[in-house]
Structures are given as C-alpha cells and as structure tokens.
Design a protein around this ligand. Structure first.
Ligand code: NAD
Ligand code: UDP
Length: 319
C-alpha cells in the first residue's frame, strides 16, 4: 500500500514510517520540521519506497494514497504552547485537509488523538466514554481543544461523507528519537541525569502519568489501522501509573546519576492524574503493552547516552 505519515520526521512518526517500510509499504513522510528532524529519518532516505515531502498540513495537498496516519502536531507542552494559534491551525485545518484528501482518494485515515482530551480527569482510570474535564481557555487548550475538534471533524466526515476513519487516544509515550530539547518529562529527566544536572520536578511530584514505550504504541497503531469495523476512539497506553517523583528516582537509579532533585512551579492546568483503561484495546485489537517502565527507560537511556556522546546523525541507526 501507499501510506502517508504526517509528522513522519517526529518521534512517533519516524518509528511508524520505519515499521511500515519494513512491512513492505511505500511510505510518504510529510513534515514541516517544526519539532521533527531529518536525523530521525536519515537511515530511511536511501530506501526506494520512502519519499520525504516538506509540507505544512495547514495547507491543502494533492496526493494519491491508500492510508493516512495523521500525526502532524507538536506534542510537548513547551512546543505546542510556543505558537498556540499555529497549534490550533495544525489541529483544525490540518485535520480538515487530511480528511478532504481521504475523502477524495477514498483512503482510510487515522487521527493521532490524545489522553489530553480527558483534560484533568475527574474519572480514574479514563475510559473512552468519559467526556473529560478540559479548561477551554487555559494554556493547554490550544492542544487539548484542538485535538477534541479534530476528533469531532473525524466523526462528522465519517457520518456525513462516509470517510473511513480511525481515532486512537495516545497516552504518554516515550523512547528513542525524542528530541534532546523535547521538554517532556522522560527525555528531560534522562538528559538531566546523564549530564548530572538538577532534575526538575514541576510541583511536588505527586501528579501521576502512565508511561508507554514506543514499540508498544507502534504495534497497537498498526493493528488499529488494519482492523475493520471499529473506528474507535480507543485508548492506547500502558496502565502502569507512576508519580513524577517515582519516575525521577527510577531515572537516577538506572543512570547512576549524581543529579539532585529540585522543584519548580507546577504549570497551570497540569493534570493531577492519568491512567488509561485499555479494556477496549484488549478486546478489539487483542493488544496490550509488553515493555515495562524499567526496560523502556534502559533502552531510552542508551539512546540518549549515544546522542550526547556523539551528537552524530547516525544515532538513529543504532536504535
Ligand atoms: P513530535 O513533536 O516529535 O512530532 C510531531 C511531528 O509533526 C514533528 O515532526 C513536527 O515537525 C510535525 N509537525 C508539527 N506541525 C506540523 C505541521 N503544521 N505540518 C507538518 N508537520 C508538522 O511529537 P510526537 O510525540 O511524535 O507526537 C506525534 C503525534 O502523536 C502528535 O499528533 C501528538 O499529538 C500525538 N500524541 C503523542 C503522544 C506522546 O506521548 N508522544 C501522546 C498523545 C498524542
Ligand atoms: N514535568 C516535570 N519536569 C519536567 C517536565 C515535565 O515535572 O522537566 C511534569 C509535568 O509538569 C507533568 C508531567 O511531568 O506533570 C508530564 O509532563 P509532560 O510534559 O511529559 O506531558 P503531559 O502529560 O503533561 O502532557
């Protein structure tokens, strides 16, 4: 099949592109390189079935494809809050453009949605039928509400135009190829620990997240795309929940770092708890995550050790 991956030079998109190529598909990787990097896809460039398109999803594009994985959008709070209006445009206009493309060429299209649609959840763990608790005017809403509108657009194109859609709600995912300056918690803590710099916990560290290793996400994502008669939304995440303080301690232990923990102010609207209920994914996709936090952190630490020691563009080949 000919498969379009938007955000294909990003953390998740590059793993997705690589796996799809390995499965024998033609991959069109589309990215505007806001947070993505050619380093992430350098090792795919000489594959004849791989094509790189520099393009911004807020602009329409004409392509002939069978499937679209729509992953283009900055995912780290630091980056999506850098230009919040652009983040909303990416989520709204980008999703309309991808749905228009899917409608025209009758492609199946998947939206990378997020646990952020649940906001600061009052129901725990979160199931797909929970409508969420999102501040519509806060600093995170360009992303949270942007993704909620994107889900609405997917459903309306499906009901109105019979577009073949899929919605996955991804929970915090980490792994190799996160950018050094990504700003999300796992990469921040690992980079700080490896440099023996202070580890910055925002707030008291009692807030929780459930961390999923990238390989588990990629497996579930492709399974979802290949499943008929199920459009989602479906939660994709690892239900093992940790406090941010526990994560910091685990990273210090696994790196043998001399770093000290310091506390910084908690950003506004930072969710206090987050854990996916993955019964639906278990039932519909026959999937559950396999990689423990410790195993995933070890692989990610090895990646960042290599990036920090070489800063070479060949790093991705080692993953
Ligand atoms: P990332 O920042 O590494 O990747 C995003 C990619 O999209 C980058 O390559 C960036 O350059 C590209 N991009 C951004 N705006 C674009 C635009 N207007 N046009 C074209 N390309 C654009 O982040 P990621 O973690 O790989 O996230 C990928 C997707 O998965 C995002 O849609 C994100 O919302 C979603 N997601 C990720 C997580 C997670 O924990 N990693 C959780 C929930 C949802
Ligand atoms: N966080 C932290 N230190 C950091 C980066 C993040 O304590 O250097 C906290 C952040 O406040 C949040 C959690 O870690 O409570 C997860 O943050 P991240 O940006 O990774 O993702 P989120 O789930 O908030 O979108």
């Amino acid at each position: 099949m000919r498969v379009l991956v938007t955000g294909g030079a990003g953390f998740i998109g590059s793993h997705l592109s690589e796996t799809l190529l390995n499965q024998g598909h033609d991959v069109l990787c589309l990215d505007n390189f806001f947070t993505g990097s050619k380093d992430n896809i350098w090792h795919l460039m000489d594959n004849k079935r791989f094509e790189l398109i520099r393009h911004d999803v807020t602009q329409p594009i004409l392509l002939e494809v069978d499937q679209i994985y729509h992953f283009a959008c900055p995912a780290s709070p630091v980056h999506y809050q850098y230009n919040p209006v652009k983040t909303i445009k990416t989520n709204v206009m980008g999703t309309i453009n991808m749905l228009g493309l899917a409608k025209r060429v009758r492609a199946r299209v998947m939206q990378a949605s997020t646990s952020e649609v649940y906001g600061d959840p009052k129901v725990h763990p979160q199931k797909e039928d929970y409508w969420g608790h999102v501040n519509p005017i806060g600093v995170r809403s360009c992303y949270d509400e942007g993704k909620r509108v994107a889900e609405t657009l997917m459903m309306d194109y499906h009901r109105q135009n019979k577009v073949d859609i899929k919605i996955i709600r991804i929970f915090n995912t980490y792994g190799p190829r996160m950018a050094l300056n990504d700003g999300r918690v796992v990469s921040n803590f690992i980079v700080q620990a490896l440099k023996n710099e202070d580890i910055t916990i925002y707030g008291d560290g009692s807030q929780t997240r459930s961390f999923q290793y990238i390989d588990d996400l990629i497996e579930a994502t492709i399974r979802m795309m290949e499943t008929d008669n199920f459009i989602g939304p479906v939660n994709i995440g690892n239900p093992n929940e940790f406090t941010i303080l526990e994560l910091a301690q685990k990273v210090i232990e696994l790196t043998g770092s001399r770093s000290k923990i310091v506390h910084k102010p908690l950003p506004s609207d930072d969710p206090t708890q987050r854990q996916p209920d993955i019964s639906l994914a278990r039932k519909k996709l026959g999937w559950e995550p396999k990689v423990s936090l410790e195993a995933g952190l070890k692989r990610t630490i090895a990646y960042f050790e290599h990036v920090l020691s070489s800063k070479g563009s060949d790093v991705v080949k080692l993953v």
